[in-house]
Design a protein around this ligand. Sequence first.
Ligand SMILES: [Mg+2]
Length: 229
Amino acid sequence: MQSGTTGKLNIKITGIAEAKLENTLMLGKKLPEKIKYYKVYEDKPALFLDRDGVVIEDKHYISDPELVELCPGAKELIIETKKQGNAVILVTNQSGIARGLFDWKDYQLVTDKMLELLGGTATPTAIYANGYGPNQSYESWRKPNPGMLIKAAKDLGVDLKRSTIIGDRLSDLQTGVNAGLRQLIHVLTGKGHKERPLIQKAIESDSRFQAPGTIVRLIKNLEELCIGS
Ligand SMILES: [Mg+2]
């Protein structure tokens, strides 16, 4: 798989989006017909998932693939969403790269381990990652900047207004509203317990969370979304 970092931009795209940009790669494999894949998701809602604390357990700047563990329900939710024909798109801030704690190679090893644990049927449609730090938010993809979601919408053609984002931090949900999403889900896994009061405060006082049609669901973990599926 190519490294995916793009010159001065501290970002990485894996999956269909990368395939469309690079014309050859989809998770390391040649794409037979990139356009066919692209059209599959046009004008459909997507499920955006934060990575750390939502799909894999938050291990504080994880860089060791041996520490990768799936969060409860992550695999099942991805399988179910894909079965419904919708894209599952991971959007992850990796400021450990800007902080010098690890590099894109380490990120890739962690990603590979996550994909191995998820298995083929639960492979996300695309993964957008950025290695910016908190002081580099200008023009970066770092959440709560909606850049990764907007790029995904451009790459895959998904309908942001009908899409959902699930995160363990307020910044994940802010990313959602900043990109025009109306369905926001907060989980208690990862940093979720610490951030829940911030989410509750945002629901009460941040007008973006009160926009017509906006629904914020507060749940325990992804397993709650898989019940009955
Ligand atoms: Mg997180």
